[in-house]
Design a protein around this ligand. Structure first.
Ligand code: 2DE
Ligand code: MG
Ligand code: MG
Ligand code: MG
Ligand code: MG
Length: 325
């Protein structure tokens, strides 16, 4: 059995009902919008975020979820979809999950509006039944993601970034949404409990490991058929490169920075930077840090008695760092 199916096993019924509710939550009176949301739903990803929501709820509440858990899962997936549609506009990316992105097929104008629509649907759904806890959690996540994206752009222009700033960027742009999944999963079944914060932290650790893994893919770390060097071309400084720049000579540093700035002039340069990072322990360092975040997430789960849900969450944490895509 594939590991993702294994993870899903204790939440199969919930994920099925979720998919139905999620799809319903997107429908509109405008035919163009429905065509586009249909396109998105037919090319869905692994749905890791709703899985985090349901597994957290079930872990801390003897296998029980409720209406709020379903609502939370739909809101998260709506917001996540909105961020991907906008992210591809911001990154000028014409591919998503191996298919054409919305901006590639319908142009930026429409993609921006579709993202806005999905975002508003998510916010509206979160105040259904006056669920202000959910609205708060999700609004904080949206604010953080927008700030994270802008911080990333600011730093990419200057090509100077410390390890601490890198962690802040990935915490904001990626980890906060996974943190929101787990905290709202906990909040849906145990509002006002300490577990809301415990699982926000758990999700944050998972998210940090998740983005470091994503950034390692840019160096070809085990990824099958993913393009490499994209982040370098965009001057996105990620952990492997940051570490190496902090630990090489001034002369080498100048060479790396020059290569990145002038990658257009000579195609070999990106490959040379990748090799320099590899040869100087950049990947090993990033892997070590990623595993530290993974271990911090696992340590939180260790405080819970064994169950199918704990087992699935452990598999999920390991999958975040072991995945090939
Ligand atoms: C993925 O980064 C991070 C995405 C956050 C996007 C957030 C935006 C602002 P990557 P990949 C655009 C918030 C917008 C809302 C709420 C509508 O490294 O490699 O670009 O998957 O990810 O493209
Ligand atoms: Mg992107
Ligand atoms: Mg991006
Ligand atoms: Mg990436
Ligand atoms: Mg990615």
């Amino acid at each position: 059995m594939k590991v993702v199916d294994q993870i899903k096993e204790p939440i199969i019924a919930e994920m099925e009902l979720f998919e139905k509710k999620f799809y319903e939550s997107m429908t509109s009176k405008v035919a163009l919008l429905n065509r586009i949301t249909h396109y998105i739903v037919n090319r869905k990803g692994k749905q890791m975020r709703p899985m985090f929501v349901f597994l957290t709820s079930k872990l801390i509440n003897n296998g029980e979820v409720n209406e709020r858990t379903y609502r939370g899962a739909s809101v998260i997936e709506l917001i996540h979809t909105a961020t991907l549609v906008h992210d591809d506009v911001v990154d000028e990316s014409n591919k998503r999950r191996g298919f054409f992105s919305i901006n590639a097929l319908w142009k930026n104008k429409i993609a921006v509006l579709v993202g806005d629509y999905l975002l508003s649907k998510g916010l509206l759904l979160s105040i259904d039944n006056g669920d202000f806890d959910l609205l708060k959690i999700i609004s904080v996540a949206v604010r953080e993601m927008s700030e994270g994206e802008l911080l990333q752009i600011e730093k990419a222009r200057r090509l100077d970034i410390t390890e601490a700033v890198y962690y802040e960027i990935i915490r904001q742009k990626t980890a906060t949404l996974i943190a929101a999944c787990c905290s709202l999963g906990a909040c849906s079944v145990k509002p006002d409990s300490e577990e809301v914060e415990v699982f926000r932290k758990f999700g944050e650790y998972c998210g940090m490991a998740f983005q470091i893994k994503d950034d390692l893919f840019d160096y070809g770390d085990a990824a099958i058929g993913k393009p490499t060097g994209i982040d370098i071309k965009e001057q996105k400084m990620t952990l492997p490169l940051i570490y190496v720049l902090n630990n090489c000579s001034k002369k080498e540093k100048r060479w790396v920075i020059n290569s990145i700035k002038n990658h257009n002039k000579d195609k070999k340069r990106v490959k040379e930077v990748i090799n320099f990072v590899k040869d100087n322990g950049g990947l090993d360092y990033a892997i070590t840090k990623m595993l530290e975040f993974k271990d911090q997430a696992l340590a939180i789960l260790e405080t819970y008695p064994d169950s199918d849900y704990k087992n699935s969450l452990q598999l999920m944490v390991n999958y975040v760092v072991d995945r090939k895509i």
